[in-house]
Design a protein around this ligand. Structure first.
Ligand code: ZN
Length: 112
């Protein structure tokens, strides 16, 4: 297992998904800043998928990716999180949200 290559691109992606899951869990699950077990597992899963992503710094955002690397159950959960937290990110973290939108315009190509 290797950590994401030190690209701001991948760090930003990891940070964005963590923020979204935290927001979702706080508002919809338990009202606290710590994650519930489910969301903790989901975040660990998302970060694991990022580490194994074949596109790495050339990746688009997961929502726009042609390759569906999530297992169906986790995919359903992350979609729920994105639907809820995505629009709210624009208010709480506008720069990160806009960077995420721009990242989503990339055409993914596998790293060499
Ligand atoms: Zn939760």
């Amino acid at each position: 297992m290797h950590p994401p290559r030190s690209s701001t691109r991948m760090e930003r992606e990891a940070r964005t998904v963590a923020l979204m899951i935290r927001r979702f869990c706080r508002d919809c699950h338990q009202g606290r800043d710590s994650l519930c077990n489910d969301c903790q597992a989901l975040l660990a899963y998302a970060h694991r998928r990022l580490r194994h992503c074949p596109f790495q710094e050339h990746k688009t955002t997961c929502g726009n990716c042609p390759r569906h690397c999530y297992a169906p159950g986790q995919r359903r959960k992350i979609q729920e999180v994105m639907r809820y937290a995505g629009p709210r990110m624009l208010l709480s973290h506008p720069l990160l949200a806009i960077a995420h939108l721009i990242d989503g315009l990339r055409k993914p190509r596998p790293k060499r």
